[in-house]
Ligand binder design. Structure first.
Ligand code: UDP
Ligand code: MG
Length: 153
């Protein structure tokens, strides 16, 4: 089973979109294994977005992401990393495929409501940036046989 990191960005919280977006992942069959509200520090922003710190848009990105608390969440499921990236849609919401979260809830390249890890390797690093082992939970979804056949896990 894979895990991925989701961040509900400040726009999702201000606009009251957290429940609706989370509901998409829950109904898809992904299991919440950890969640917290936190204020991103500039240091954490620089670690999380290390690949972008030299970009011209980085100062605005850091200002935005540290402007108020965000909600971080780890969800688990079969191929969760790539499936969630597909459900979230392109970075530029104006080019995101119809039906994706960004297409439905954003029209911006920067205020695009949610973050999702882009590879299994990135997910491992990103999860460790936000959560300790004790903050992530192993438990059984009792409805799992209704989401997956045994040979899919
Ligand atoms: N971003 C931006 N302008 C850009 C590209 C990215 O403001 O031209 C912001 C945007 O919030 C995006 C984040 O930087 O979600 C991280 O960029 P990345 O390329 O990793 O996109 P993502 O993985 O979020 O789709
Ligand atoms: Mg990214």
């Amino acid at each position: 089973m894979e895990r991925t990191l989701i961040l509900f960005k400040p726009d999702a919280i201000q606009r009251g979109l957290v429940g609706e977006i989370l509901s998409v992942f829950e109904k898809k069959g992904f299991k919440i294994v950890g969640t917290k509200m936190l204020k991103m520090t500039p240091e954490l922003a620089k670690r999380h977005y290390a690949h972008l710190v030299d970009k011209p848009f980085y100062p605005d990105l850091e200002r935005f992401m540290t402007s108020q608390p965000i909600i971080a969440m780890v969800i688990e499921g079969v191929d969760v990393v790539s499936v969630v990236r597909d459900i979230v849609g392109a970075t530029n919401a104006r080019q995101a495929a119809p039906g994706t979260i960004r297409a439905r809830f954003s029209n911006s390249v920067s205020r695009n409501v949610i973050h999702a890890s882009d590879s299994v390797e990135t997910a491992k690093k990103e999860i460790a940036n936000f959560f300790s082992e004790e903050e992530l939970f192993d438990y059984e979804l009792v409805l799992k046989p209704f989401f997956y056949a045994g040979d899919e896990e």
